[in-house]
Every structure is written in structure tokens, then in C-alpha cells.
Design a protein around this ligand. Sequence first.
Ligand code: ADP
Ligand code: F6P
Length: 465
Amino acid sequence: MSRLVVVSNRIADPRKTAAGGLAVALAEVLNGTGGLWFGWSGKIVDATEGDDVHFMQAGPVKLATVDLSQVDHDDFYLGYSNGVLWPVFHYRLDLADFDAGYIAGYRRVNQLFARKLMPLLQPDDVIWVHDYHLIPLAAELRALGCQQRIGFFLHIPLPPPLIVAAIPGHDWLIRALFAYDLVGFQSQADLAHFAGYVESEAHAQPLGDGRWRAFGRTVHAGAFPIGIDVEEFTQLTQAPEAMEMYERMKREYSRRRLLVGVDRLDYSKGLPQRMRAFREFLQKNPDLRSSATLIQIASPSREDVEAYSDLLHELESLCGSINGNFGELDWMPVRYIHRTVARARLPGLFRASQVALVTPLRDGMNLVAKEYLTAQDEEDPGVLVLSRFAGAAEQLREALLVNPYDTEGTAAAILLALQMPLEERRLRHQAMMKTIRQYDVHWWCDSFLNALQEAQAEEKGTSWL
Ligand code: ADP
Ligand code: F6P
């Protein structure tokens, strides 16, 4: 059997907690398959310190990591990945910083990854590259003579062609995708945007069966919505740490109902919009005021990018003003926690909450939505309020779907969620759990790797960049 080689910028020790869908999902996959996980060590070092690969065995997974120099980190990670690709792919052209210097850093780090990974590869390896940081990696590997099968999965949305086209050098970026054998997206909408882009901007020929031909090469593309490890999360829900959390929350909020939000502190997650909707709900429903509390956990993320520090201040000020205006001596409407919570405790918090607010302005998938539902008591489940702009909304049709920009509409959905009769809650929960179980993280991994196995490898010698 082939060895699986996973490559991503962010990697995590599969035995520890991580915030971020990619690290959580890949840790679960690799724990089962074993293999090599190559990526950034998370360390920034002086440029003179060299670029050795560090190795660590973590259960069945061998981790191989490289450090980044300060300038590479600034241009590649903060600059091009999180200052250009992240905002544009989340439809936020207004937040993009198209500094011409960033692209060189992006190419430099992709070349570094290719150079360092190449000697670690075995002839039968299957290589699976993840996310927007590493779009040109296959092209760089091919330029070094890599013949192995290479797949790419984009964890974040792909916006419509004319939004992609706003990126200076967008044609180079999308051309680089043709060095892969298979390109995977989270949703049918993202796949349609890919088809739209390559057909209109790159004059690619659709060959049917999810194949497109351009630049003398055929690429396969498909939608592979990522899922969670339902069994693992169910066990986590029943474990002592989660149970203790559940009991504690139930005791503390015995007379009140809990709403919960758990996100990285990211502008794509719609946190200020969510707070405004909750404020609107409090304003419109004075009789329900002191019976509902929103716990919002927002883990720190990319704090060196300006848009993120602006968001932190906006959110803090909104939470402060809601508590100041609506709070009572014995009740605060919002409990805001700016930290990563231990993964083992999350299911307890989810289970104790009658409503989850998962209301991103854009999201590739959103695993929190699936984790919340999995943690529920199926006899008395809570209600998921879900943004129609999360990839998860393509699958979880029985959630209360909202437009997160619509403050009044979202406030109305919060009320509906709190008042939903038991029978309706059960029916909706049952239907969504069927989908979550069927399309779990193992389905995601197997269906992607099977499709990669079947993808015909052609013209691998071509020079791409
Ligand atoms: P993203 O990949 O954009 O961060 P997802 O919802 O897909 O969003 O994945 C987030 C993952 O990280 C989930 O598994 C979630 O449980 C975890 N997570 C997010 N925020 C926190 C937090 N504050 N504390 C602990 N875990 C978190
Ligand atoms: O899942 C989306 C994602 O952007 C991953 O690519 C990333 O690893 C994660 O969220 C967290 O972001 P970061 O790696 O910048 O901390």
C-alpha cells in the first residue's frame, strides 16, 4: 500500500488540541492511516540559522517540519496567504493588501517546501497538499522531477471568477492548479466557480466527468465536503472531562438557556454581526432577556494581521456595550472568552447549549456546526442556527439557515430556535446527523484518495512556472 504524505502549512501533533479545521481533520485522518506530515514548525528563526528539517514521531505519524525566517513568515504567511488569498477567497476584496512584494515570499516558501520535501519522498508515495498557502507546491515539485500522484484540497471557499480575477497574477495561481492530478473543493458552489474560472479565463476545455484540459494538461476536480470523526467526537462527549463540563454548565445555568459560539477570532466568522443580531434579539424580546446567555469563545488567530486586531477591538467593544446596556446584577447576556478551549471540554459545552450560532459571512465548511450537532442528546437536542454562506449549509439543510448580514432575520431565527418544539428539534437533528454520519472525515479522506488514485496522471514533465 502507498504511503500517505500530507503537506500543509499548519501542522499539529495529532495527540494534542488544535483550533482550526484543517489541523483537527488531518490529525484525525493521519492517526488512522499513519504516514508523513510535512509543514511549518510554527517557529520563526533568524535567516542565518539554516533550514534543516526537524523530525518527530507522533504515534503512527512522522512529522517533518521546517522553520521560517522572519521575512518569509511576513511575506508568505502574513502577507500573501493571509493578506491576499484569505480575504479574497472569502469575498473580502476590501481587506486585501496587494503588496507586490508578498508574491515573491509566497513562491520562495513553496520552493523551500518542495526542496525540503523532495528527498523525503518514496516512489510509491501519494502526496496530498492542503490549502491556499501551498497552491503552487505541485508545480514546484514537478519542476524538481516529482512524478508521484499529487492531490490538492482547498479548505476555504473559492469565490466566483471575477473575484479571483482581482488578484494580480491570478492566472499564474490558477494555472499552478493544473500541476495537480486532482483538485478538491468543499462545496458544489466552489467547484462551479473553479469551472467558471478555468473555462472563461484560461479557456480550459471541459472534458466531462470532472475533468478540464488546459496548458497541455488534464486536471480532475470535484467537491469533497469535509466531515468530522463522529465516533471520536461521540466518545469525547461521553468522556469524564466533557461530562463534568456539561454538569457544571447545567448547574450554573439551571434557570437560563445557553447559546454558544466557538470560532477562531476571524473576520470571516461574522462575530460582530452575530453580536448585533443577539443585541437585536434582546431588544425585541424584553421578557426573554434574563433567561438567555450567549457564550462566545473566540480563539486568537493571526494577530499580526491588522484586520484581525481591528476585529478584536470591535468585538470587545460590542460585548462590553451589550453587557453594559442589558446586564443585570445577577446576569450578563454575553460571556466572551478570548482563548482556545481544551478540545475535551468542548462537547460538554455544546451539549449544555440549547442553540449554536454558526453564522460566518463565508466559510469553506465549518466543522463547529457538525461538532455541535454530534454532541447533542438525541432525545432533547439543541438547534443549529447556520449561515447560508457556510459550506456546511449545502449539506445541513435542516438547520435554521440565516443570512448573517441580516440582523433582524438572524435575531428572529434566535427566537425561533429558543422556542422550537421538541418534536421538530428531534426531526431536524435526526436528519442532519444522518448526513454527518454518512459524510464523516473518513468518507472525505477515502473518497478524495480514491478519486486521486483513479485520476489519470499525464504530462508530468511539463514546466509549470
Ligand atoms: P476554521 O478551520 O476556519 O478554524 P472550522 O469550524 O472548520 O473553522 O474548524 C475549527 C476547529 O477548531 C473545530 O474543530 C473547532 O472545535 C476548533 N476550535 C475553533 N475554535 C476553538 C476554540 N476557541 N477553542 C477550541 N477549539 C476551537
Ligand atoms: O481551515 C482553514 C484554515 O485556514 C487552515 O488552513 C488553517 O490552518 C486554520 O484555518 C487556522 O489558521 P492558521 O493556520 O493561520 O492559524
